[in-house]
Design a protein around this ligand. Structure first.
Ligand code: NCD
Length: 305
């Protein structure tokens, strides 16, 4: 039995196979419409979500399966003090696969260690968000044709943004990928990513504060929201929340084929005027997220072939 905790749980070849499967599902959905007949997905979400939970549910329904679960910790027995280890044992009797989001780093991993069904980390605190990374990889591969030879700028809350941490991990395995980290000094990438992932693997990167200066070099700009829920005080959040606002003026500095991605939800960091720019890909990105989750469910349930 296999779980997904981090994008590194899959080799580059396995990721390719997963993306190929997602492409095929998008092309021929009818072929997959009954693959999960009789199977149940549980979504156990201890933290808010729109896209991740609903795209998992949509993915399972489109495969012919059924879904159950909870969307907030206070509507589950967590509110009565039940541990994640106990909850997953219960869920294991009711469902065939589980997607779990939790505010505590490592909670889905604890669940996986006690589970009798595959567990997917749907976001654990400020740590990892592997299925968002699968979505991002699929978007880049589909729209740019490859995951190699590019300069990617990641902008915003690089400290608490789990999507950023997972994406850096995953992209380090491709050829000639350079990173530009754009953040206020307080929200720089964590030391463990800088040292254990980037420096250790000899990956080219730089860290800057101003977005305008680096705009012309980027092939991809990955914008992120300042993660309010992970701040210790509201004052710091208010001071930093509008540090970056991507607008038409800034887009004018970018390459003609630069691509703007965002895991969403957006708050203020991308002005709505950018939505009409043909380089704005964040709404398209959402759709890839559903197909790649369909491919993931099939793979973890061993129903892919
Ligand atoms: C992200 C998350 O939950 O980490 N959202 C998502 O799943 N697409 C990004 C965010 O909340 O800022």
């Amino acid at each position: 039995m296999r779980h997904l905790m981090s994008p590194m749980d899959f080799s580059v070849e396995e990721l390719d196979a997963l993306m190929d499967l997602a492409v095929d599902i998008e092309k021929e959905p009818a072929k997959y419409a009954h693959k999960c007949d009789g199977r149940i997905l549980a979504t156990c979400f201890y933290e808010p979500s729109t896209r991740t939970r609903l795209s998992f549910e949509s993915a399972m329904l489109r495969l012919g399966g059924k879904v159950l679960g909870f969307a907030t910790a206070d509507s589950s027995s967590a509110a009565k003090g039940e541990s994640v280890s106990d909850t997953i044992r219960i869920i294991s009797s009711y469902a065939d696969i589980c997607a779990m989001r939790h505010p505590k780093e490592g909670a889905p991993m604890v669940a996986a260690s006690k589970s009798w069904i595959p567990v997917i980390n749907a976001g654990d605190g400020g740590h990892q968000h592997p299925t968002q990374t699968l979505t991002d990889l699929m978007t880049i591969r589909s729209l740019k044709g490859s995951l190699s030879d590019m300069t990617i700028g990641l902008c915003g809350d690089l400290k608490f943004g789990r999507t950023v941490h997972s994406l850096i991990n995953a992209l380090c395995r491709y050829e000639n990928v350079k990173f530009v980290f754009i953040s206020p000094p307080e929200l720089r990438i964590p030391d463990y990513i800088r040292e254990d992932v980037l420096i250790k693997n000899n990956i080219e990167f730089k860290e800057v504060i101003k977005l305008d200066d680096v705009m012309p070099e980027l092939d991809i700009l990955y914008m992120t929201r300042v993660q309010r829920e992970r701040f210790f005080n509201e004052e710091d959040y208010v001071r930093l929340k509008d540090f970056y606002i991507l607008n038409k003026e800034k887009m004018a500095l970018a390459k003609k084929d630069m691509m703007v991605l965002h895991p969403l939800p957006r708050v203020n960091e991308i002005s709505v005027e950018v939505d009409d720019d043909e380089r704005a890909m964040y709404f398209k990105q959402v759709r890839y997220g559903m197909y790649i989750r369909m491919a993931l469910i099939l793979t973890l349930l061993d129903l892919a072939s």
